[in-house]
Design a protein around this ligand. Structure first.
Ligand code: NI
Length: 254
């Protein structure tokens, strides 16, 4: 299995990162996309990837950090990816849940990162929260040229089909295992098997039965299990398909 979205550089893992990696290996999680979202975390993702070959680093600027300085932040990212090997741009995107003060800056910063990804033949990891319409409009502009995954997708199943039509991937995390998560469970059954990814987004959103506790990459197994049971497939079928998709999207070595 591959955890297609993890933040194992977080403070929460500073005392037991190596044990977390060990638990991944024990649970057959052999690759982890280590997702940066700021100057500091982009660097951390690089540093840890050099120490532990299980990690594949990315770099991006999170929409919650968009402000008047967005052009400077983007210039820094552009320099950073010239000097460092990354497997994707992001996470980046739109987030109107926390704050809408810099809506316009968020949109511009997201577009710049999509264009940077196209120029460098990299996929984009999309963070979208309470911003489905605007994210859709932007991603529609780049359809056919851009590769992208809607990370920890929490939108409607109808909109999931629209993002799929544009050619993008859908990734599901812990919420698909939550008892009352009707919509994510529906999404899990309608995404074609060749467009589905699994993730943890750890340390957040731990799947059942660890809900509310610290999440970690080995728990991606619980997400895989739930999707398999929802679709009436074997664990191995979902494991193999999501692994193939992640390798294809991020151009990982086998
Ligand atoms: Ni994330």
């Amino acid at each position: 299995m591959i955890d297609s979205h993890s933040h194992l550089f977080a403070e929460e893992f500073k005392d037991d990162l190596e044990e977390c990696i060990e638990r991944c290996k024990e649970n057959n999680v052999n690759k982890i996309i280590l997702v940066g979202f700021s100057k500091e975390t982009n660097r951390e993702a690089q540093r840890l990837s050099k120490l532990y070959p299980i990690f594949y680093p990315t770099a991006g600027v999170h929409p919650c950090d968009a402000n008047k300085d967005y052009l400077e932040q983007f210039a820094e990212l552009k320099e950073f990816i010239k000097e460092n090997k990354v497997y994707a741009i992001g996470e980046c995107g739109l987030d109107y849940y926390w704050d809408t003060t810099f809506k316009e800056e968020q949109k511009k910063l997201f577009k710049l990162q999509c264009e940077l990804a196209i120029e460098n033949a990299l996929p984009v990891i999309v963070h979208m929260r309470d911003a489905t319409k605007d994210a859709y409009d932007i991603l529609k502009e780049y359809s056919g040229k851009l590769k992208a995954v809607m990370h920890c997708y929490s939108g409607s199943s109808d909109m999931a089909l629209e993002f799929l039509k544009l050619g993008y991937y859908i990734s599901l995390g812990g919420p698909v295992t939550f008892k009352n998560a009707k919509e994510p469970k529906k999404v899990a059954t309608i995404v074609p098997l060749d467009r589905l990814l699994i993730e943890t987004d750890c340390p957040y959103l731990a799947p059942t039965p660890n809900r509310g506790k610290r999440n970690e990459s080995s728990y991606v197994k619980l997400v895989c299990q739930e999707i398999a049971s929802l679709r009436g497939l074997s664990f191995e079928e979902v494991e193999r398909a999501t692994e193939d998709n992640t390798i294809r999207l991020f151009k990982l070595d086998r």
